[in-house]
Design a protein around this ligand. Structure first.
Ligand code: BG6
Length: 492
């Protein structure tokens, strides 16, 4: 249980991230009683908003109770929401001069002055829901104006952390000159997802998984991220980054590192992250030949990427990428790890698919491979494709599934939102699911060469393959994947 006065300041409080993710997650935690009793929330942004306007926006994305909730649950929700608004206030100020930050400090001191409970928790958490262009200046101004007098101050930031190795290092060193590693919490929200958090347990808590988790048994691994919508007005932002910077270099690589790391000495944040860094250091930079890029085009009534007015004319920015990585260590040498990520595809799905090798021939002529699938979203599930005998008098093999669907198995469990899980960790001071500086560095080393090639820094930028909005991706995708030994099983 968290005790003590805590103020969380959400910077960029009128922006999209704060509205859609930060405030709903804060409310979710607050409602369930996970946050300190005497919490205060201060929103800070440039927009001039009255307290009331701010509070309306703050709760705009908070989901109400389920329709079939009892009247008691509904009134409890309303009461909590009211209280949540009462502990919230808003300050409008600039990011690049002292005035607003001094006003913020004054507001924090007023709240702190009224309180008796000095407690043991952090007292000031600064959550930066901000565009990267102001990360450094805001972090610097916070340190300069809002840090003195704080018992335990923390800063929470979220990607993009630069655009390549060099720009990331530049940003990190500017931030680090102000905020120590211990005070800094770098969010990659995939690390807060239930199934990603499950990976360590699944791997190291099950002998049958752990003992086959290597190149002797596994043929290839696919990590897939599919979204059924395009950039839809967010094209200006997206075009600067592209799909690889948007999800591969961070979300999918983080997932890969936990999937492949050695067993940590303990569950402690440093032990876990030490192992992640070690395995990442075994991955050489991705090569051009192991890359397939795509960009969606109009299909039916759905617009193409270049039809989005916010996208620069003629952009060759990839909205789809398939990339194959290799890990040069004794466990994984030679096993292809295929990352596939794309916008405007045929479905919403994020999953890891571990395909085992063929059963040695002999008594079987053609039997599908085992596959262990970890579905991260939607509908968390773990299933193993395996072979069994068809029930009956004949001895014939049939592919079946050992199927653990979370909805069915954990009917009543509430699966927390990724941001809830991470914000709570930041309150508790647990760094395990935050990205350490050296992880970030090595992640950029793996991706920077192909990103520079895609950006046209090595000559002409490669042209992405067109794929229709709502399709599985570029036509060449199957051929691309098959070259790494993937075999489509007859169960689809
Ligand atoms: C963000 C990307 O980091 O992750 C978005 O910038 C993407 O483009 C999002 O849509 C996906 O997150 P989730 O939790 O919806 O899978």
């Amino acid at each position: 249980e968290l005790k003590g006065e805590t103020i969380i300041v959400v910077l960029g409080a009128s922006g999209d991230l704060a509205k859609k993710k930060t405030f709903p997650a804060l409310f979710g935690l607050y409602k369930e009683g996970y946050l300190p009793e005497d919490l205060s929330i201060i929103g800070y942004a440039r927009s001039k908003l009255s307290d009331e306007e701010f509070k309306d926006r703050q709760i705009g994305h908070i989901k109400g109770p389920k329709e079939d909730a009892s009247s008691e649950e509904k009134s409890e929700h309303d009461a909590k929401l009211k209280k949540f608004q009462e502990i919230s206030s808003y300050i409008s100020g600039a990011y690049d001069n002292d005035d607003g930050f001094l006003a913020l400090t004054k507001a924090m001191e007023e709240i702190e002055g009224k309180r008796q409970n000095k407690g043991s928790g952090p007292n000031r958490i600064f959550y930066m829901a901000l565009p990267p262009s102001v990360f450094t200046v805001v972090a610097t101004n916070l340190k300069k104006n809002c840090y003195k007098g704080a018992k335990d101050a923390r800063i929470v930031i979220e990607k993009p952390f630069g655009k390549d190795l060099e720009s990331c290092r530049e940003m990190m060193s500017a931030l680090k000159s102000q905020w120590s590693e211990d005070e800094t919490y770098r969010i990659d929200h995939y690390l807060g997802k239930e199934m990603v958090k499950n990976l360590l347990l699944l791997r190291f808590g099950n002998l049958w998984i752990e003992s086959s988790w290597n190149k002797n048994f596994i043929s290839n691994v696919q990590i897939t991220f599919k979204e059924p919508f395009g950039t839809e007005g967010r094209g200006g932002y997206f075009d600067e980054f592209g799909i690889i910077r948007d999800v591969c270099q961070n979300h999918l690589l983080q997932t890969l590192s936990i999937l492949t790391m050695e067993r940590p000495v303990s569950f402690s944040a440093e032990d876990v992250r030490d192992e992640k860094v070690k395995v990442l250091r075994c991955i050489p930079a991705i090569e051009k030949k192991d890359t397939l890029l795509g960009q969606y085009v109009a299909a039916g009534d759905k617009p193409g990427y270049l039809d989005d007015d916010t996208v620069p004319k003629g952009s060759v920015c990839p909205t789809f990428a398939a990339l194959t990585l290799f890990i040069n260590n004794p466990r994984w040498e030679g096993v292809p790890f295929i990352m596939k990520a794309g916008k405007a595809l045929n479905e919403a799905k994020v999953e890891v698919r571990v395909q085992y090798k063929d059963v040695t021939p002999g008594i079987f002529s053609d039997i599908p491979r085992n596959e262990l699938v970890l579905r991260i979203q939607p509908d968390e599930a773990i299933y193993m494709k395996m072979n069994a005998k068809t029930p009956g008098l004949l001895t014939r093999a049939i592919p079946i599934e050992l199927d653990l669907s979370y909805k069915r198995r954990f009917e009543r469990a509430k699966i927390p939102e990724a941001y809830e899980s991470l914000i709570l960790d930041a309150f508790k001071g647990d760094h395990s699911n935050f990205v350490r500086d050296d992880e970030l560095d090595v992640a950029w080393e793996i991706f920077t060469p192909i990103l520079h090639w895609i950006d046209g820094k090595d000559g002409e930028a490669p042209k992405p393959e067109p794929y229709p909005y709502g399709s599985r991706g570029p036509e060449k995708l199957d051929e691309f994947i098959n070259q790494y030994g993937f075999k489509r099983s007859n169960t689809g």
